[in-house]
Every structure is written in structure tokens, then in C-alpha cells.
Design a protein around this ligand. Structure first.
Ligand SMILES: [Zn+2]
Length: 110
């Protein structure tokens, strides 16, 4: 197998950037609501609430994927990269190409 570290490093940088972007976006939303705590505009308030929930959801997902990538880097360091954490069989190369941090083979996906 090719050395996966380059792909993992790329994925890690990408995930970190995404988390940073979303944190920034969330902070901007919090700031905009702090500046105009206007209870009279209910419709607007719920839009902001919806937007905040959406960004928060994306942020949680981005953090999880960053954690997955860290775990994959750990596995690479201990020589178990590319092996399914459930059944121990090799994960298909095509799958790892799309998802370098994949921890399970297709058969073991929930
Ligand atoms: Zn498996």
C-alpha cells in the first residue's frame, strides 16, 4: 500500500480548516444576535436560531471527522492503517482513497 500519511495530513489540514471556519461562523452568529437582541422580530430570531443550529450541527460533524482523522493517523503510526477496526480485514483501497480516515470496511458499516 502507498504511504497514507500524505493523504491523512491533507485530510487533517482540511478538517482543521473546516472546524475553524465553522467556529468563526458560529461566533459571528452569536455576535450578531448579541448586538441586536430584538425580541420583537420573532421571525428573524427563529431564522438566526435555525442558522445557529445548522452551523452547530456542521461543526459537530467536522469535529468528529477531525477526530476520525486523528485516530487514523494513530493507526498509521502503529502500523494498523487500512485495517478494519471491527473485523481486522483490509479496507478496500478505493474506499481509503475517498475516505482516508475510514476505520471500517464496507461490510462492517452500521
Ligand atoms: Zn470490517
Amino acid at each position: 500500500m502507498d504511504d497514507p500519511s500524505a493523504a491523512l495530513e491533507r485530510a487533517r489540514a482540511e478538517a482543521a480548516r473546516l472546524v475553524g471556519d465553522l467556529e468563526h461562523e458560529l461566533a459571528a452568529i452569536a455576535e450578531s444576535t448579541a448586538e441586536s437582541p430584538d425580541d420583537e422580530h420573532d421571525a428573524e430570531g427563529s431564522t438566526v436560531g435555525f442558522e445557529r443550529a445548522r452551523v452547530q450541527g456542521l461543526l459537530e460533524r467536522a469535529r468528529r471527522s477531525a477526530a476520525d482523522i486523528e485516530a487514523a493517523i494513530q493507526r498509521a503510526e502503529s502500523g494498523r492503517y487500512g485495517l478494519c477496526v471491527s473485523c481486522g480485514r483490509p479496507i478496500a483501497a478505493e474506499r481509503l482513497e475517498v475516505l482516508p480516515a475510514a476505520a471500517r470496511c464496507v461490510d462492517c458499516l452500521g
